[in-house]
Ligand binder design. Structure first.
Ligand code: S3P
Length: 412
């Protein structure tokens, strides 16, 4: 599996903030992560690739870039970079593609502003920021967003004022884990997270684990295609990212974890999924943060399961690369599945899937991958209107899926 996207962004950014050399292996070389690499380089640090997935970053004080920072399709790049840059006395403009330019940035602008950052622009990109001279903050992170929490913590590295983030539900904690790996002090009980006095980062070796959000497509394929068995090695099993594995198990799927171990503060291991009967289930809002990027593929598994699945608390899905709640209901329905958005819930009635439709993705990589996997469980092939954006998170998707027996053709 390719390297984890969240960990890859953070490795480049923390490397750029640290003193000395950071050597990264297993970096995800997707378009989103390449945007972060180019941005960190434009802000002053040295960022070099010296082999497949192998990168070296030499930290340096960040300075005003010569041109706008291009974040492409990536919300993580935009929000984490704004936070990391905020502690420096610099001016930078952040821009993104059409989809990113529609996504909410007020949620990161407001806490950074209350820390003393000045912004020009509104609540969406493009935004220009003037960093430096930061004050203390106690930020209530609603809705629980790891990107916003990370932005506030990264900004706080540039000051010695108290920095606290309070969350209604725990969001992924890769920034906290990696900050400790780089020598910073971070205290947390899972809801309240505080930067300690030690905030100087030192360059480190970072080994990026496999991405569970990419592996989810292969696991789902195994769960819905009769006779399958798929094994993925060295995948990130952080509990705040493992919601989809738990969901598969709850639906009755045959999932086994092996060789579970610690690695640089994270938990990793091997995951094997075998085909077997699966059943609809109910999921509550508290369960969503640990599988927030896996809801499209969970809906596909639900379409192939026996009985009804109801996934509650999906309001945040409307603010991802597309309105994922609406597009999943639309795509599944086009393929003959009884699926609907009910407020902020997604309701899917499973059964034999007809397929045989062309699905609209609005350029969202996970909507495309989810529906291609649906094609494996459907009577007729499923077509997606655009597959190029898959390279933003999983450039080797086609090869990986063909490697386990999926038929994926390019139509022109
Ligand atoms: C991410 C956090 C999540 C997730 C995104 C990656 C991160 O977004 O959907 O793909 O790396 O911190 P939110 O923080 O907006 O929930």
């Amino acid at each position: 599996m390719p390297g984890d996207k969240s960990v890859s962004h953070r490795a480049l950014i923390l490397g750029g903030l640290a003193e000395g050399e950071t050597v990264i292996s297993g970096l995800l070389e997707s378009e989103d992560v390449q945007a972060t690499a180019a941005a960190v380089r434009a802000l002053g640090p040295r960022v070099e690739r010296f082999g497949p997935g192998r990168w070296r970053v030499i930290g340096a004080p960040w300075r005003s870039p010569d041109a706008p920072i291009e974040c492409g399709n990536s919300g993580t790049a935009a929000r984490l970079l704004m936070g990391a840059a905020a502690g420096f006395d610099l001016t930078a403009t952040f821009v993104g593609d059409e989809s990113l330019s529609r996504r909410p940035m007020g949620r990161v602008r407001r806490p950074l502003e209350s820390m003393g950052v000045r912004f020009e622009g509104g609540d969406t990109l493009p935004l220009t920021m003037h960093g430096g001279g930061l004050r203390s903050i106690e930020h209530l992170n609603v809705p629980a967003s790891a990107q916003v929490k990370s932005a506030v913590l990264l900004a706080g590295l540039g000051s010695d004022a108290p920095v606290t983030v309070i969350e209604p539900l725990p969001s992924r904690n890769h920034s906290e884990i990696m900050l400790r790996h780089f020598g910073a002090e971070v205290e947390t009980d899972g809801r309240v997270t505080r930067l300690g006095a030690a905030r100087k980062l030192e360059g480190r070796l970072v080994s990026v684990p496999g991405d569970p959000s990419a592996a989810a497509f292969a696991w789902a394929a195994a769960a819905i295609v009769p006779g399958s068995e798929v094994r993925t090695e060295g995948v990130l099993l952080n509990p705040l990212r493992s919601g989809f594995i738990m969901a598969l198990q709850r639906m009755g799927a045959d999932v086994r974890l092996d060789n579970v171990r610690g690695s640089q503060g994270e938990t990793i291991g091997d995951v094997r999924v075998r085909f077997g009967p699966i059943f609809g289930a109910e999921f509550t809002p508290e369960e969503i943060p640990s599988m927030v990027d896996e809801i499209p593929i969970l809906a596909v598994v639900a379409a192939c399961a026996r009985g009804e699945t109801r996934i509650e608390g999906l309001d945040e899905l409307r603010h991802k690369e597309s309105d994922r709640l609406a597009l999943m209901a639309e795509g599944l329905s086009a393929c003959g599945v009884e699926a609907r958005a009910d407020g902020d819930a997604l309701v899917v009635r499973g059964g034999p899937v007809r397929g045989g439709a062309a699905v609209r993705t609005e350029g969202d990589h996970r909507i495309a991958m989810a529906h291609l996997v649906l094609g494996l469980g459907a009577a007729e092939p499923v077509e997606v209107d655009e597959a190029e954006m898959i390279a933003t998170s999983f450039p080797g998707f086609r090869e990986a899926m063909r490697g386990i027996g999926a038929g994926i053709e390019e139509l022109r």
